[in-house]
Design a protein. Sequence first.
Lengths: 288, 327
Amino acid sequence: MIDPLFLAEAAVNGLLLGGVLALLALGLNLIFGVIDIVWIAYVDLVMICMYAVYFSVQVYGWPIWAGGLLSVALGVVLGLGVHLLIISPILTSAPVNQLLATGGLLFFLQSFATFLWTTDHRSVRLALPRLELFDMPISVARLIAFVLSIVAMLALYLFLTRTYIGTAIRAVSQDREAMALMGANPRRVYLVTSAVGGAMAGVAAALLIIQYAVHPFFGAAFGPITFMICVLGGLGNMVGAFVASFIMSEVIAVSGVLWSTEMGYVIAFVVFIVMIFARPGGILARRG
Amino acid sequence: MGGRVLGGLLLAALAVVPLVPMAGMREYTLHVLVQIFIWSFIGGAWSLMGRFGLTSLGHGAFLGLGAYTTTLLWNFYGLTPWLGGVVAVALTGGLAVIVAYPCSRLAVVGHYFALVTLAVSEVVRLLIIAERDWTGGSLGLTVKAAGADSVLALQFADKRVFYYGSLLLWLAGLAVWSRVDRSMARSAMEAIGEDETAAASVGIRVTRFKVAITVLSAALTAVGGIAYAQYISYVNPDTLAGIGVSLRIVFAVVLGGMYSLLGPTVGTALTIALAEALRVVFGLKFIGMAETIYGLLLILFIIFLPAGIYGTGRQLVRRRPPAPAAG
């Protein structure tokens, strides 16, 4: 019999994990909704940004906030780079080719990171106070990451709803052709979207590195679950992705305690497959 | 008739490769060729679906299920891979139905289909790792040695046996591919790939065709997985299941061109040759460098040769004025 306290702790950890997963999923989902391409290598871009934080903070002794800013800046550069160098030449190709081009990027980033930094696990250690809630130890690093990811998501929400370019981005994700007819410049919208998606990757990287060690295969560990969340929430649907992140993180955390970590992910993927069959448009889709 | 003569010559050349004296290089050459045959066969199986717009990232699941079922049955119950293979192919076919039936009934297509199949391949990989008491987890599992050469155990010390075996397997794969290519099913599947609703409206049984082609593709992939496991006599969740291997299969096929008979073979041969060449050049000096260049080249190929190498080459040849006596 499992102590209910363990379950409660798992549930809290799941909630905290959900915040960061949501951040990852929102960045990817934004790009998907607007450009209609799945960046298979999205979490590998996050991995590169995590290395940037690690080296700036742990090796060169920068303060953590400076490392975070560097990570966001690098994320923007990477997002723009991926769009200009890889995506724009193949915007009109078959979807399978677009998927594979970013898949090639995945191989490239993974192995280049292995080449440069070997497969060692590296983490940033912060001296943080311990926190206990009803006898449950709570990781302060995770709590901070959770709060900051909520803040980042609010910022994204305000950007998308309160600014002109944000409104244009939402319009493109609703109807690509009509938007071009209205005189908006899709090229510019795509560029801004890629930059914002990259920035989200940078934020996620800074928040992930204080709780997980980074290694070249980090993308392989978090990538699949991020795609699943996007699909579960409805590709391009921000609120859906947000809700889906918490469902998935709770499934992973709780079944991870009940069985094993791998089984936690197995169950999460099975839940995903079943949900897709039950609600093909995502959990928040209106029944047509 | 040029094509047929060329094909015959190629076949004759492949048949005598093991007899050519190559001093110390023979084992290595045969090893590379066996891998090319097996992975081309698997790539061909993938392209049966891929060419009709069913982009599966789940072939790692079929590969892993096939290889592991056969290996576990042999290691724990001593069941010959011939019978174990039948069980494995049946199981894989069952998995294919479980995935394909709801997907086609509920019109899960395009990106969604790719991601559902991706989830399936991760489920199989993680289950293999989780059941580590049986499967050895991420350390993999060695196929128990039969002691001597044995047809029953499908184990042979001589690489030439595997060479001819995999050559036959590859030819069989090509035969299946061209059989499908010439059948009514091809027209039906092409119509479904273009527009499902329109296809259904002219009386094509969309679900039946989609499930059938998925089962065929999955079953062949399982056979390929079994062949590879028997040849290497070692199975590992990362090389036989999961996203990594699924993407590799798709890459090779797209690189070669998925709409032509020899496209998957050309793509597989090139990716394996490339990987081997990079491995020989860099050796153990720069770990990861070979794969880095591999990834970079894949991106470049996809941007600049979207129809695949073989496909683009054929387009170029076809653009020439046709010869008077077409043949």
